[in-house]
Design a protein around this ligand. Sequence first.
Ligand code: 3IX
Length: 202
Amino acid sequence: MDATPETTADSVLAEFAAGICRRMAEGLLEHTGGELRSFLSAESARLQAALADPATLEPAEQPHDPPRFSRKGHVVINTNPVTSHRNVLAPLLTEKLEDDRAVATVGPLPRQYQGPRGMLHGGYVGVLLDQVLWDVVFHRLGHASFTRTLNLTYESPVPLGEELTVEGRVTKIDGRKTFAEGELRSGDTVCARAEGLWVSPR
Ligand SMILES: CCCCC/C=C\C/C=C\C/C=C\C/C=C\CCCC(=O)SCCNC(=O)CCNC(=O)[C@H](O)C(C)(C)COP(=O)(O)OP(=O)(O)OC[C@H]1O[C@@H](n2cnc3c(N)ncnc32)[C@H](O)[C@@H]1OP(=O)(O)O
């Protein structure tokens, strides 16, 4: 078996720690005073217990984003701020890619992503659409490209606390240029549409 930068148990522990950090980030926006102190203390205790005895974590669990070695021998950690289970900022997507189309589900998103009360911040709407459209372009081309333009139309507010669907499609490939479009839905409601251009490296 190839060498890996850390054991599977340590990768599971790291993602468990990321989960605790996510809950703490949410708790900081939900609790105040003594209630906040109790909350933080309970979450810290769960992390301490896992560090002291990693066997308390689900034994059959596999890490989603274990670090790997690059061909040059560098440690590579998935830092993606939308998809990496090791990045506490990432809202985390479940994504299915087929030919020219990607469909992802995300959420319910917690309060860290709030813009208007109870609604998703518009910048994060763009982040989710940029990621899914980038993914479908990558899937179609087989290599990474840069987002050159991303036009967003906000049709209706995106609710927090509900599962969201993000869909992307490649619409045209013209040399180094790949065009894609998509939308973000809450149930049957289209909340935002996006269309953009991805440019392949020279
Ligand atoms: C080896 C590098 C590989 C590339 C890696 C890229 C991404 C990262 C890789 C891995 C990451 C893994 C996961 C990432 C996951 C998600 C990422 C989400 C997406 C992003 O977060 S990504 C970051 C944000 N993004 C940028 O940071 C781009 C900044 N930007 C630039 O770096 C340059 O701007 C660039 C390179 C884009 C283009 O520069 P350039 O010089 O190569 O291209 P140029 O100007 O020649 O245009 C080429 C053709 O597009 C036409 N064209 C241009 N603009 C147009 C427009 N508005 N409308 C219609 N056509 C247009 C021209 O007319 C010409 O057309 P034609 O070929 O037909 O003449």
